[in-house]
Design a protein around this ligand. Structure first.
Ligand code: EPZ
Length: 418
């Protein structure tokens, strides 16, 4: 187990390279199950979640190799169709093998993900869609046991726009007989990136990135051929918040501005200055951020994955801000820890009221989930004195070499055994 020791209070300055998007990497790696032969994917970030997905694929008899961002996956040797509990409980995105297994082999045994720190996170909508496509679904001893001779196209409506639900059923539809329509589909850039990758494999998909997606089933797909995934908009947003909270001046390289619209809008309202730079986006923090309200919504709304980081910024803003979390029922785990650093935050249901303070003071804090850990890193970078952030494995799930990247821009941060 590791912890980060951070001595805060310094404006951070310099260039940061944004890595490939975790939430594009995971579904695209799962998509490799859809095609016979050697799949090659580029710009895959070195994250523990990527390693977990690699372990899952290998446990199914699939050949997986990772080499400095390049991933090779060959599913020709697949010999089992199960995603076991010990892997799914480590990473719920393991359920993304369900759609591809059902599409290609008509069989899957996938552990129900169970809850996680931020909520119960059921997969009922994934299973509803597969049932409509003709799958026989049985829930037994904590597992989903799914069977189908061949999935058939169906019209599927999501009560809630689910990201991985949209991704699972889009992948299921690529090899189904007939056309599948997903209504009230998730519109996140990572869904579109998966669709573009599937299209490069020969899939027939229209409307990805909009709320209605149409997938016309084909008989077989070609392996992924050097598909490069999109940059991570949440990592980019996190470094923008770090520039704002430390009053720093950063250039973010390799991110896509069109994926960062609302994050940029809200950070501009909070006083962050944006400039185009030759090598990327330049963000310049001011003396003191301005209190700004946010309400998390499905894309293109303000992303829930940026809520905790934005709250850290509001903890030192001028004025009081209201933060509403509408996606997950328990995504305020970072509040208790931010309070240990001196933040003044009160919670009423899914609404947090943040009274900006003149500054924060370093302390020992515990991370509970991926984005909460990013929030605590941002707060510690701003706090006076030394902070120790424990349980840093949460951060390693979703941020590639975060402490190295922070040192490159002048942060006093050290990773030590906990
Ligand atoms: C994806 O999770 C992301 N993970 C999450 O990122 C992200 O927070 C979330 O989308 C929302 O944007 C990956 O892409 C791997 P959902 P996902 O299904 O797909 C409810 C991170 O920090 N729901 O869009 O699991 C659900 O409970 C992670 O990188 C059902 O009720 O989220 C939630 O309230 C955390 N039934 C809402 O929908 C279902 O069958 C949105 O969940 C599915 C979802």
């Amino acid at each position: 187990m590791h912890k980060l020791i951070i001595k805060g209070g310094k404006p951070l300055r310099g260039e940061v390279g944004i890595s490939g998007a975790k939430n594009a990497a995971l579904p695209i790696m799962a998509a490799s199950v859809l095609a016979l032969g050697k799949n090659t994917i580029k710009r895959i970030p070195e994250l523990s979640d990527v390693k977990t997905m690699g372990r899952l694929l290998s446990s199914m008899g699939i050949k997986f190799a990772y080499d400095n961002g390049d991933v090779t996956i060959n599913s020709s040797t697949i010999n089992n169709f199960e995603a076991p509990y010990e892997l799914v409980k480590t990473m719920r995105a393991s359920v993304l093998v369900l759609g591809p297994l059902m599409a290609r082999f008509g069989r899957a045994k996938v552990s129900l993900p169970g809850g996680c720190a931020i909520g119960t996170r059921p997969i009922n909508l994934h299973l509803m869609g597969l049932k409509k496509m003709g799958a026989d679904i049985e829930l037994k001893t904590g597992y989903v046991i799914a069977k189908a001779t061949r999935l058939r196209g169906a019209s599927i409506y999501f009560d809630i726009p689910t990201v991985t639900g949209t991704e699972n059923l889009m992948m299921a539809g690529t090899l189904a007989k007939g056309t599948t329509t997903l209504k009230n589909a998730a519109m996140e850039p990572e869904v579109t990136d998966l669709a573009n990758c599937l299209i490069s494999m020969g899939a027939k998909i229209k409307g990805a990135g909009e709320s209605i997606i149409e997938i016309e089933g084909v008989d077989e797909l070609n392996p992924i051929n050097n598909y490069e995934i999109i940059p991570d908009r949440i990592e980019a947003g996190t470094f923008m918040a770090i520039a704002a909270i430390t009053g720093g001046d950063l250039i973010l390289k390799g991110c896509r501005t069109e994926h960062l619209d609302v994050i940029t809008l809200k950070l501009k309202d909070a006083g962050l200055v944006f400039e185009d730079a030759k090598s990327g986006i330049r963000v310049i923090g001011g003396e003191k951020p301005t209190a700004t309200n946010i309400k998390t919504m499905p894309y293109p709304g303000f992303p829930t994955d940026m809520q905790a980081q934005f709250m850290a910024l509001m903890a030192v803003a001028e004025g009081t801000s209201i933060i509403q979390e509408t996606i997950f029922e328990n995504r305020f785990m970072h509040v208790a820890e931010l309070r240990r650093l001196g933040a003044d935050i009160s919670i009423e249901g899914r609404t947090a009221t943040v009274k900006g303070r003149s500054g924060l003071m370093g302390a020992d804090v515990m991370t509970t989930d991926l984005r909460a850990s990013a929030s605590l890193v941002a707060a510690a970078l701003c706090a006076e004195g030394e902070s120790a952030i424990h349980n840093i494995y949460h951060l390693d799930r979703g941020y590639e070499k975060m402490d190295e990247k922070l040192r490159m821009i002048g942060a006093d941060v050290e990773r030590v055994n906990d």
